[in-house]
Design a protein around this ligand. Structure first.
Ligand SMILES: [Zn+2]
Length: 80
């Protein structure tokens, strides 16, 4: 699993939309890849704001949100 695929999987992790094998691959990748761990922590912070209270539609198009967020995160990491 590469980083961009991994990072796309994070929202699915929350809504339990990952099958067992893919979930294991995500967790394995997280344990090996500091960049994706950082990404995951950022997502967790967002979730901790109360996102889990929001009922997500079954099929949600995360792409525009991911792209905007990724842009923000890259900017944040670069300027850190
Ligand atoms: Zn990675």
């Amino acid at each position: 699993m590469n980083c961009s695929r991994m990072q796309r999987s994070v929202p699915d992790l929350w809504i339990n939309d990952l099958n067992f094998r893919r979930k294991a691959a995500v967790e394995m990748h997280l344990s090996l890849c500091p960049a994706c761990r950082k990404w995951y922590v950022i997502w967790q912070n967002i979730r901790d704001l109360g996102w889990e209270q929001i009922r997500l539609p079954q099929r949600l198009n995360w792409q525009p949100f991911n792209q905007a967020l990724e842009h923000e995160i890259r900017h944040h990491i670069q300027t850190e």
